[in-house]
Design a protein. Sequence first.
Length: 259
Amino acid sequence: MAPVTSPVAEPVEAPVVVRPRRRVLRTVGLIAVAAVLGLVGGTAVGYRIQADREPTALPPLSQPDLAHPKQLPKGQKAKPLPASEDLRAKAEGDLRKLLLPKPAGAKKAEFADADGWMSVSNFASNFKGPAGALDYQLDLGIRRIAVTAWAASQYRTAEIRLVQYRSNDVLGARDFVEDQQSYMPDEDFADSEGKALKGSADGRYYVFPVQKKAGYMDLYEARAYFHRGDIAVEIFVVDTKKIPEKDIRSLAERQLGRL
């Protein structure tokens, strides 16, 4: 089917009109030149007027009493922070001293490292892919790991690791903590987002669902991950009975306080 067209009247030829094209173009050109000259002239006059005026004082700052560090008298030096307040001095010393002491009545766990240090290779062996984990840790600039572990009862054990990273353009402690936290919502782990750790920028603690397996006792687990400066912290609590949320939270808060 042919397309429908609207009825249109026959076109009527318009009379030919000869227009003075050169005069119109010349007029437009003159207007354009005048406009440009006007802008240039106005700008020049504006600059001239402004140059002849007295300088105007700027308004005062909205906060005239801003605090600035005062310059010390000549020959006097700033006193260094005491070790108790210098976080870097704490981290550069014996890292094991920053670990929480085992609770009263608790015994050192059988699997705990004898001297409180864990080698980087041993640390990487705890992951499903040890070789890849080792490469990843070396890329983050891992430096050393201090560890403590204790048995609070026949079946409850706790382990705390302080994983320190070198200071470079990679924030190793933060990246490692965020990487571990990213696994926690999976059903194979905590199956939850956990809860924020008070006093930490991005620390979180988790209580895992119970693991049941025929022929074995029920297994309960809780973890915490956070970092402070160049130190990443891992806390693990395992028991055959349900672990109260306050237990892992209190343990993480006290370890954070030590840092």
